[in-house]
Write a protein that binds this ligand. Sequence first.
Ligand SMILES: NC(=O)c1ccc[n+]([C@@H]2O[C@H](COP(=O)([O-])OP(=O)(O)OC[C@H]3O[C@@H](n4cnc5c(N)ncnc54)[C@H](OP(=O)(O)O)[C@@H]3O)[C@@H](O)[C@H]2O)c1
Length: 434
Amino acid sequence: MTEIKLGIAGLGTVAQGVLALIRRNGVLMTQRSGVSLRVVRIASRREKPEVDLMGARFSTDLDDLLNDPDVDVILELIGGEGVALDLIRRALASNTPVVTANKAVLAAHGNELMSGSGKQLLRFEASVAGAIPIIRSISDGLAANRLQSLFGIINGTCNYIFGEMEANGTPFDEVLAEAQRLGYAEADPSFDIDGVDAAHKLTILLALGFTGEYDLSAVHIEGIRHVTVADIQFAKELGYRIKHLGIIQNTDVGVEARVHCALVPSNALLANVNGVMNAVQVISDGAGETLFSGPGAGGEATASAVLSDTLDLGKRMATAADKEDSAAKGDMAEPSVIAPAILPMTDVSSANYLRIPTQDRPGVFAQVTQALSEFSISIDAAIQHEASASQPVVDIVLLTNAVVESAMNAALERLQGLDIVAADIVRLRVAPAL
Ligand SMILES: NC(=O)c1ccc[n+]([C@@H]2O[C@H](COP(=O)([O-])OP(=O)(O)OC[C@H]3O[C@@H](n4cnc5c(N)ncnc54)[C@H](OP(=O)(O)O)[C@@H]3O)[C@@H](O)[C@H]2O)c1
């Protein structure tokens, strides 16, 4: 049995989840892995008397984690770039393994942190999709495959909001306020609902499975603020549900990487991932279609992934010690497949859902189809409900054929300029075949 002594940075939701899991399942973890975990030091902004620190020493100085010779592995559970980045950098520089749940730091600094010894010393399973072991599945489980595509519901807040809008017909703003009250959305929800959180996670998946580069700027980012209950209902009428998706596709001309809302066929597996759950579907040449789903957030769910990394590091450190090979502390999470360049979003092709609010006048539909045909865009399905005296604006809802983004953008500009168009057009892409 090997004992690994932990230093924890932060004492928030995930750190408390780690303490709770070790307290409850520590013996089980040791039986399974041969590694015993002991928390020896915790450093955070302030102590919390209500939290049982399991005998660990507490301080408000993060340097104490680096300077304590007893600490074998540091768990960085603060988040963001600032002090968390500084701590990770300095720990790696002193050859101390780090486990983090911090997607923001990896998306922005992954290339630097994963160079040199970081490849062996830095683990981040919890940074994407909480409890789901997607990092290890891509790096290890699917290591023999060329990944063709990946589709993910990787932001539970967005998924929860769409679910509530659909189930109760409640407008976006009201659902968001309720999600904040329930703790499913942050006080400042912009990272989640503007797609940045999902883009951080997709950047990590893109690097590990497709390009080998951590490059947030390669990901096209859109959020969910523009989607209304009407869109969700029209999509349902057309046989789809609206999801906020992370999409990576390996094509002949480059890799597509994007997060945005998408219409997903109602009978697709991903369409039926509800509430705050996450799911990632990976299609690869050997394994075919694989689907991973589970809780994407929560103290203990995220701690489960943090501790999985920690135990794995512990096992490898024990093996290295047996071999008296101190350099062999681990070897996971190295980006594996070098793929073609990223495809610019303007070159990506999708079918589109358009909701065009129009004046209720004769000939309006013909004007819309005429404008689209100027860009060689045809219509696969249409909905136009009867106007009523109280409703002078009528929505024309269309599903287009697959069309390259640059053409769709130009067509949208043309449509929006028509005098029959009464308000902003809503455009959502249809997900590629899942
Ligand atoms: N929560 C989840 O479900 C979840 C899921 C997946 C990944 N993650 C990731 O896990 C990490 C931690 O998230 P969390 O939800 O546990 O956050 P949290 O609840 O806000 O906890 C962060 C902890 O860090 C402390 N802290 C903040 N700034 C500090 C500083 N400058 N110096 C020292 N301590 C500082 C905070 O102190 P105070 O206690 O004084 O605030 C708090 O204890 C983040 O990277 C997050 O993205 C979280």
